[in-house]
Design a protein. Structure first.
Length: 187
């Protein structure tokens, strides 16, 4: 599991967002998942959630394991003081702010469909040629041959456009391009 995939799940809510609870059993409602930041600091800025009966606005931090909080030294970084929810794949340790208040944790693994995970694993597995290689053998020959023929004609059209542009830009006199570029030899 990679953090980038967890960012994708959170950003596009590719999990069952009904009846969410924190690792401590408090109900969670996502009002706004926040703005995805690819800079230093928390992963999602200005999120809005409800935990229990309390509405929160702040940042969301996402990790594969909750212990990554300490591995990345977020406990000493002031940029992480306004994290309102720690979203993780595996919850292995509780995380605390500097004032010893525990940060609520949402375990995303508990709400993600197995099909979503299988698709991710299949797409992220190393490939030998192209991503859909395993499906080529299952494709009807007629469809595959028509597709290859269409690719051929599209490539031929692209190249012919370039040739027409070259001819147009160089006088279109019918002489081969290399003869027009070659210096004239005087007698």
């Amino acid at each position: 599991m990679k953090e980038d995939f967890l960012h994708y799940l959170w950003k596009f809510k590719k999990f069952d967002s009904t009846n969410l609870t924190t690792a401590n059993g408090e109900p969670v409602t996502i009002i706004n998942s926040g703005q995805y930041l690819q800079l230093s600091g928390p992963d999602f800025f200005n999120a809005q959630i409800i935990i229990g009966d309390q509405k929160w606005a702040g940042n969301i931090e996402i990790h594969v394991k909750s212990s990554d909080w300490y591995l990345h030294h977020h406990q000493t970084d002031p940029a992480y003081e306004n994290v309102i929810l720690h979203v993780v794949w595996e919850h292995d340790v509780s995380v605390y702010r500097k004032n010893n208040v525990e940060i609520p944790v949402l375990v995303l693994k508990d709400y993600t469909a197995s099909g979503t995970i299988e698709n991710y694993l299949e797409l992220s597995a190393p490939k030998t040629w192209i991503y859909c290689e395993s499906y080529l053998a299952q494709t009807d020959d007629f469809i595959l041959k028509n597709w290859l023929e269409r690719l051929f004609f599209e490539r031929l059209e692209r190249k012919s456009i370039l040739i027409r542009e070259l001819l147009s830009n160089n006088g279109n006199d019918g002489k081969p391009l290399y003869l027009r570029c070659w210096p004239k030899i005087s007698d």
